[in-house]
Design a binder for this molecule. Structure first.
Ligand code: UDP
Length: 327
């Protein structure tokens, strides 16, 4: 049985990766320090023989006993609100955390895939963004802690690949949505759906002409799975090129939820990218991948997930008793 370490395993993407690797017959070693992740996302896996959970911050030395075939590094705060609240941890997990895990990959002879981001392109001057574009990032702006940690993460990963011969993969993830996003993480989709469910007006930042391109989580996980098993060590964009303005997106959510609330406008956060859309030619050619789930299908599934949360979850009880989950 192949063994995979997934960091950030209790988070949105990490938990979906755990499900996928369990489904594919792997032994999954899940790791998370539960700052932004939630055990609830993976508690259905706790009774499985081939699943184990470690409550650990990978910015500190990482120990895993036994063999390891793969490491997927998905631990990081990943929403503008989170990295404003915990900027130092954000910088550390992308830099020190990645360094620790690359060291682990090296001693174990494991292949390591890192979760990079479209944020490496910053507020892009090239549109859509191909992997060759170097980006337009403000290192000292509010997003700098995330963007620069992720850029450093790519640099150290390529250095371990070139200097130590570690097998590495880099996925640049564009905006992704689906079940298990946190309702209060500040991201636009849970923000809008949460507002609709609570009967509040939808807050569009700026004039709503900024664009994003939203990918449904199952499509993203498929792209990552393929990239891990490919032999391509350089960054690959994985995202959905179907671009929409945030103003139009708010209208779609109003229609989807049937809310009678309206859109209200708030100031645009500093350095908020004006447009974003992946060029996915590389993913198409190298991974034979492209997204399959349309925004209308994906939004329906995601809305059902949020709608079925309990009252307590809707008001975001984020802390679960850890003891309950120890085998
Ligand atoms: N946004 C918004 N209202 C909100 C939350 C976000 O208009 O309540 C905007 C935000 O300014 C950005 C876009 O939606 O232009 C996407 O924001 P998100 O935080 O989801 O991700 P980003 O792509 O900026 O990292």
């Amino acid at each position: 049985m192949k063994r995979v370490l997934i960091t950030g395993a209790a988070g949105f993407l990490g938990s979906h990766l755990c499900d996928r690797f369990i489904k594919e017959g792997y032994h999954v070693i899940a790791m998370d320090n539960l700052i932004t992740g939630r055990l609830k996302n993976i508690e259905h896996l706790f009774q499985l023989e081939n699943f184990e959970f470690h409550n650990h911050d990978v910015s500190n030395y990482v120990h895993v006993s036994g063999e390891l075939d793969y490491i997927l590094h998905f631990a990081s705060p990943a929403s503008p609100i989170d990295y404003l609240k915990i900027p130092i941890q954000t910088l550390k997990v992308g830099s020190l955390g990645t360094h620790n895990l690359l060291g682990l990959a090296r001693v174990k002879g494991a292949r390591m895939l890192i979760a990079s981001t479209s944020e490496v392109y910053g507020d892009p001057e090239v549109h859509p963004q191909p992997e060759e574009y170097w980006g337009h990032v403000n290192p000292i702006g509010p997003r700098g802690v995330y963007d620069e940690a992720k850029r450093f993460q790519e640099a150290i990963t390529m250095a371990y690949h070139r200097f130590h011969g570690v097998e590495t993969r880099i996925v640049r993830i564009f905006n992704t949505y689906g079940p298990r996003m946190r309702l209060n993480d500040g991201r636009v989709l849970p923000a809008f759906i949460g507002q609709a469910l609570r009967g509040e007006d939808l807050t569009v930042f700026g004039d709503g002409t900024q664009t994003r391109s939203f990918c449904y989580v199952d499509d993203l996980i498929e792209g990552i799975y393929r990239l891990l098993h490919s032999n391509y060590p350089e960054p690959v964009n994985v995202g959905n090129p179907d671009e929409i303005t945030i103003g139009e997106f708010a209208e779609e959510i109003i229609k989807l939820t049937g809310t009678d609330q309206k859109v209200i406008y708030k100031p645009l956060p500093e350095n908020d990218p004006k447009k974003r859309r992946p060029n996915i030619d590389k993913a198409k050619t190298i991974l034979d991948w492209e997204p399959k789930v349309s925004r209308s299908e994906g939004l329906k599934i995601t809305y059902n997930y949020f709608r079925n949360l309990s009252e307590a979850e809707l008001s975001e009880v984020d802390h679960y008793e850890f003891d309950k989950f120890i085998k």
